[in-house]
Design a protein around this ligand. Structure first.
Ligand code: SF4
Length: 220
């Protein structure tokens, strides 16, 4: 029976024989060349392409001995779909494309992606950025994220869409982009070095937002 191969970004499938791999597609914006490469690899290895909840395309059904060649043929960075790290940054179209956008979620989200995607963390961690309170990027069920408003950014923490579902709560409101990015940075530094092991939401449920921020201020 085979297992996930984290170093190759390969997740073993239901048959316990074949794997899925997922190239990194920041903000879900995929180039024509990237699409062609993904389609070519799927066609060559008779694999299935599936759109994921993290705005990526996963290629399902590869044999273990095909993984290295498939990555080489893709020529793309690995999406960190498994392991204890920042798995993904989900980003809505925001003011770049959406008529309801109130903040530039694409620009800010891509900065978060650049800084944190794949960063080792004590537990799996998902980020998101939405350009308005409609929250199409689902910050409400992500560990940490930003929601744009007419007054600036709300920083939200502690969401989880898993078996123990939990809605994110506000940590700070009406921040400038610089302030919001600085707060996210502070929290991520704390998360990496505090010694706490677990999802952020579990800690927020236990100690509350005020104590959490006091702890973050001590360490970060
Ligand atoms: S969250 Fe707001 S800005 Fe983003 S896609 Fe949805 S409606 Fe548009």
């Amino acid at each position: 029976m085979k297992k996930d191969i984290v170093a190759k970004g390969a997740i073993v499938q239901k048959d316990r024989q074949t794997y899925a791999i997922t190239p990194h597609i920041p903000a879900g914006i995929v180039s024509v060349e990237q699409l062609r490469n993904i389609a070519a690899v799927a066609e060559k290895y008779r694999a299935t392409i599936k759109v994921t909840s993290a705005q990526r395309l996963t290629i399902i059904g590869l044999e273990e001995e095909q993984l290295d060649a498939a990555w080489a043929e893709l020529g793309q960075q690995m999406g960190h779909a498994i392991g204890k790290c920042v798995r993904s940054v989900k980003i809505c179209p925001g003011t770049t494309y959406c008529k309801r956008g109130q903040q530039d979620s694409m620009s800010v989200g891509l900065q978060l992606d650049e800084r944190y995607h794949g960063l080792p963390t004590p537990w799996k961690c998902k980020l998101a950025v939405s350009g308005c309170p409609n929250d199409c990027a689902e910050v409400c069920i992500k560990d940490l994220g930003l929601i744009g408003t007419t007054k600036g950014w709300n920083v939200m923490i502690g969401g989880n869409g898993g078996a123990a579902a939990r809605l994110a709560v506000p940590l700070a409101t009406a921040l400038t982009t610089t302030e919001a990015l600085a707060l996210v940075d502070k929290i991520m530094r704390w998360y990496q070095h505090s010694g706490y092991v677990g999802r952020l939401g579990r800690l927020i449920s236990k100690i509350g937002v005020e104590q959490f921020m006091a702890d973050v201020d001590k360490v970060a």
